[in-house]
Each structure stands twice: as C-alpha cells, then as structure tokens.
Design a protein around this ligand. Structure first.
Ligand code: NAD
Length: 263
C-alpha cells in the first residue's frame, strides 16, 4: 500500500509549478488526482502522463474564481473518484503595484483568484471530506503573508488573509476531522517566479533567479518538489495532530536580517 492509496486529492493550480509537483507526488504515492486549473493544455498533458505511468488522474478545467466552475469540478471529482479527501489550494496569480498604482480590475482579480478561489474550493470540497470521516486542506500562502516587499499590495493582502483564514477554517472543521494548514514558500523556481524575473529583467532571467536565491540563507531558490513533499506530509496521517498552522518552507529567507550567502 502506498501512503495515499484510496485517497482523492484535488490540486488547484495543478497544471504548472508547485501545484504540478503536488499532483505528480500524490499520484506517485497512490492518490487519485484531480488537476483543477485554467491551463488546459498543460493540465491535460499532465493527467495523460500520470495515467500513462499507472496513476489515476483527471484534468478538470476550473476557474477557481467562478462559483459554478468550482462546483462542477467538485462534482466531477465525486463522479469519477467517489469523493474528495485532500484539497491543495495552489492556484494564484502574481500582481504588482502599490495601492496607488494598482487599478481596480487588477485588485479584484488578484483577490478573486488568490483568496476567493480558496473559499470556493474549500466550500465545495470540505463537505465531501466530512462525509468520508475527515480530510486535509493545504493552502499555499507565501512568506509575503508574514514579511513584505514594495509594490505587491494586492498579492500580499491575499497571502496574509490566507494565513488568517486557515486558522478560522481549522477551528470550523476540526469537529469533522478536517485539518486545515497553510504553507508559506520562499522563492520557488516555477513559471510564476520566472515570469516575475522576466517582467523586471527581461534580458537576465537566469541571473535574476540566481540573485534571488542568494537572499535565502541556503543560497538558492527552492524547487517545486521541495514544497510538494511538505504538502504531502501535511496531508498525511504523519501530520495528524497539525491544524491551523502556517508552515514556512523558505530556505531560511524569513529568519534573518541578512543572508550568509550574500557575503
Ligand atoms: N513560486 C514562488 O516563488 C512562490 C513563492 C511563494 C508562494 N507561491 C505561491 O505558490 C502557489 C503556486 O505558485 P507557482 O509559483 O507554482 O505559480 P504558477 O504560475 O507556476 O502556477 C499557478 C497555477 O495556477 C493556475 N491558475 C491561475 N489562475 C487560475 C484560476 N483562476 N483558476 C485555476 N487555476 C488558475 C495557473 O494556470 C498555474 O497553473 C501560488 O499560490 C503562489 O502564490 C509561489
């Protein structure tokens, strides 16, 4: 028996980056995986690849900001795999700007995808977990929920809110056996991070990612799998007494005033 045999894991944002690594790791450990994402091309290809490797996977086109879309996704998970045990909220968008320079559409879309998306996915997945005797929700927040940088007003607001919402969700659903935790990564080498590097330094993406790595005491950015392994731990019985936590996985980024790797 693998660790997640007979478990059904929904991963929002599962087509790329951290979500993708979670989908791959869950499938490798026996879970049936629902990849819920707007990126159809990469999501479909991933689901096919996981099935070809002997796993169980379904891609379901899902916009986490749209109630009907999320409801359909949870329904599809139930129809195909019989219910839901695990939810990983990884879907998000990065936006830049202060409160003065962020326009209302960007503000609203950032809040809708990053925060309302977690509310909607949780709303439609937790009842199934409760019916099955319990489950786990892991929401990917960020170190930007506990420390800050300039010009990320909307994004940082969502990440701080996720950590607060995790606590209240943990209290609300503990009685049903549903554990709810947040995970706050430092810089992780994903399309989102590379897109940010490209935005500011289009001619030096690799160098920029490397220099961001230098800000972390471990001297590098993280890899998506290094987040996924902790997500799987939090979703497993090994974390059976953990709920309401914000687990920081950041190569030490948030612990010091300067990084030894910058010496
Ligand atoms: N990469 C980092 O350095 C870093 C650091 C801290 C936190 N995070 C967080 O980790 C999570 C994953 O980020 P990532 O770096 O893997 O980014 P990513 O851009 O590689 O992946 C995000 C995924 O979400 C999907 N998505 C976007 N909008 C969606 C929507 N409306 N509905 C459904 N899916 C949608 C995208 O298609 C994509 O597949 C995010 O919550 C992000 O904020 C990332």
């Amino acid at each position: 028996m693998k660790r997640f045999t007979n478990k059904v894991a929904v991963v929002t944002g599962g087509s790329t980056g951290i979500g993708r690594a979670c989908a791959q790791e869950f499938a490798a450990e026996g879970a049936a995986v629902v990849i819920a994402d707007v990126n159809e091309e990469q999501g479909e290809a991933l689901a096919l690849a996981l099935v070809a490797e002997g796993g169980q996977a379904l891609f379901q086109h899902t916009d986490v900001a749209q109630e009907e879309s999320v409801a359909r996704m949870a329904e599809a998970a139930g129809e195909r795999f019989g219910g839901i045990d695990i939810l990983v909220n990884s879907a998000a968008i990065q936006s830049y700007g202060s409160v003065v320079t962020t326009n209302e559409d960007t503000w609203d879309r950032t809040i809708d995808v990053n925060l309302k998306g977690i509310y909607l996915a949780s709303r439609f997945c937790i009842p199934s977990m409760a019916l099955r005797g319990g489950g786990s929700v892991v929401s990917i927040a960020s170190v930007q929920g506990i420390m800050s940088q300039p010009d990320v007003a909307a994004y940082a607001a969502t990440k701080g809110a996720i950590i607060a919402m995790t606590r209240t969700m943990a209290l609300d659903h503990a009685g049903a056996g549903v554990r709810v935790n947040a995970l706050s990564p430092g810089s992780i080498d994903t399309p989102m991070l590379r897109h940010s590097a490209e935005l500011f330094f289009p001619d030096a993406v690799a160098e920029t990612v490397e220099s961001w790595g230098d800000l972390h005491p471990l001297g590098r950015v993280g890899q998506p799998r290094e987040i996924a392994r902790v997500v799987l731990f939090l979703s497993s019985d090994d974390a059976s007494f953990m709920t309401g936590a914000n687990v920081v996985v950041d190569g030490g980024l948030s612990i010091g005033l300067f990084s030894p790797s910058q010496d």
